[in-house]
Design a protein around this ligand. Structure first.
Ligand SMILES: C[S@@+](CC[C@H](N)C(=O)[O-])C[C@H]1O[C@@H](n2cnc3c(N)ncnc32)[C@H](O)[C@@H]1O
Length: 271
């Protein structure tokens, strides 16, 4: 199996496991309950990732933000660039992005409501793709299209899958280990197969609390673990919580979990 096939297979297997655990049909827009979390003040100065990206953008540049979400990065970068073209398939994310652009008076963002492989976009100076790739099932076509549309690519991924901190809870609750999504190590293997030698920059971030209270921890973990109320799995989750949570910054985090820090993987196609 090639590295791109292995990536696609990991995503397929993880999605199939999620589908088998889900007790109801997945929502049409899987981001509708979370989109507001991607709204942020574009003029904030305390975000290490934004501060790093700001210095890579110059005023004459057109920036593509692929999977822009609620504009957490698209809006601050629009304040530095000539224009940002935000490609985003989720209607709820697009709504948050448009509302935030209007609220914070950022007028040079164009929103294209589409998935990347279906999007019609002009050429850009820079293509940014942050925390999107983990769920992409045709990784080669996705990366090649990024390369076709920008002079420089910036892909941001964590060193481990976004929910890897809760993977150890799967076995005690569901009696099966979690099938992992791909992340940085697999992405670097994909790039090697595609003949790309990228630069990698680690953006160091403070370890924040994961949950503001025990109630929030239980509710969010239950949702991420596909645990429904009054089920044997919920009884097992409730019994586990005191052992797996620790107090952190006025809230709670998962004990012994690593701090997920963004890696900015960049290259210039054809260079
Ligand atoms: C975790 S969010 C990240 C949003 C934003 N990049 C950020 O870092 O705040 C992932 C986003 O990728 C988008 N996405 C998923 N599949 C996509 C695809 N095939 N093409 C473009 N965007 C996609 C989702 O709709 C979601 O908004």
């Amino acid at each position: 199996m090639s590295e791109t096939e292995r990536w696609n297979e990991m995503v397929r297997v993880e999605h199939a496991q999620s589908d088998s655990m889900r007790k109801e049909d997945p929502p049409a827009d899987s981001w509708s309950n979370f989109a507001q979390q991607f709204r942020a003040d574009p003029r904030r100065t305390d975000d290490p990732l934004v501060n790093y990206l700001r210095q890579l953008v110059t005023p004459g540049q057109v920036v593509l933000d692929v999977g822009a979400g609620g504009g957490r990065l698209a809006l601050p970068l629009a304040l530095e660039a000539k224009k940002v073209i935000a490609v985003e398939p989720s209607p709820s994310m697009c709504r948050v992005l448009r509302e935030a652009a209007s609220e914070f008076d950022v007028t040079n963002v164009e929103v294209i409501e589409s998935s990347w492989l279906d999007a019609q976009v002009p050429q850009a100076d820079l293509a940014l793709c942050c925390h999107v790739l983990y769920v992409i099932q045709d990784i080669e076509a996705f990366v090649r299209k990024l390369e076709q549309h920008a002079k420089r690519i910036l892909v941001i991924v964590y060193q481990a899958p976004p929910q890897s901190q809760i993977y150890p809870l799967w076995e005690p609750i569901h009696s099966v280990p979690r099938s992992p999504l791909p992340s940085l190590p697999e992405f670097l293997e994909v790039l090697t197969q595609l003949g790309v030698e990228p630069d990698i920059h680690v953006v160091h971030t403070e370890r924040n609390r994961d949950f503001e209270s025990l109630e929030v921890a239980k509710e969010q973990l239950a949702r991420r673990l596909y645990v429904t109320p009054n089920s044997p799995e919920m009884a097992r989750l409730e019994a586990l919580l005191p052992d797996v949570l620790e107090e952190n910054n006025g809230g709670f985090s998962i004990k012994h979990s690593v701090n997920l820090e963004p890696r900015v993987v960049s290259w210039q196609p054809g260079a």
